[in-house]
Design a protein around this ligand. Sequence first.
Ligand code: SF4
Length: 361
Amino acid sequence: MTTPDWSLFRDGLTAWYAPDRRPMPWKGERDPYCIWLSEIILQQTRVAQGWPYFERFLAAYPTVAQLAAAEDADVMKLWEGLGYYSRARNLLRAARTVVADHGGRFPDTYRGLLTLPGVGPYTAAAVASFAFDRQVAVLDGNVFRILARYTADPTPIDTGPGRKHFQSLVDRALGEAPAAAFNQAIMDFGALVCTPKSPDCAHCPVAEGCRARAEGTVPDFPVKGKAAARRDRIFHYLHVTDARGRFLLHRREDRDIWKHLYQFPLVERAALDLRPPQLAAADNWPAWLPFRELEVRGRSKPYTHQLSHQRLGVVFHRLYWPAPHDVPDDYTAVSRDGLGPYALPRVITRYLGDQRLTLDL
Ligand code: SF4
């Protein structure tokens, strides 16, 4: 194997870079708070989806001190719909750490930034280079893909040794180039040219040195090891309303998906096509909910909801319980108009907005 020509790569990429090619509200930003906020929002989120959230957060909490002083529930509510809610919890924890342990100023080194909750190598590198001109290269899915193709390197990218290997490649690729410009260029290049599905090799500024292109093997890279196992789950939500039209919600507390979001009483089963009498016979039907006092009023269409490693099938059962009693303390009766303070998983918001219930009982 010949050694990749990193100077060709670095020069081609930085000459190609033009800030306006991919406008984003945080581009060129030097304030570590804005950079960190945008990076946390954009983890596992498309730019188009994350952009309005970034603007809303910045409007609500213009400084890290204001975010640190926010109520947890307000932040979760503002985050509603973005998914991966552990990011919102870490956002708050990190803001509070910056205020409590660093006098309200972000650490200005890569290693210092890594100590903040929710800040991994990629975010630390982005903040360190953009805000503090530290000589550190970003490594994310885009960068893995670009480097694997450029070098036609078959090392699997999703293993510990693979990650180390590609970190050393990106460090060599960066060399002595200014890290902020290089990092911004490689991010834009991955989003606009060397894209996952159809890379634009004909207009690629580094095509000359790209080994996968020369060998005609671009679709073979990057190489992945074992794909993470996906878990399928079925949720039956009980949309229980009382005589005043209020329904019961409680906050998820388990170490599971959607921690701290609100939901209806839930019966998780292996099958989707089940009716309330069958659910009521299950061990995990809420013991405090007397099925004989419920009037079954309908069932929603099935919804699917995709998470990173789980796929949920979700059905909502409309049940009328005119006079609830002995409801556990952690449940709250909420009217549709009073939903404001409660952050809900997106699938429940979709259902409540939908109202197309199939009355097929
Ligand atoms: S030539 Fe194609 S595969 Fe190679 S770096 Fe450029 S866009 Fe990516």
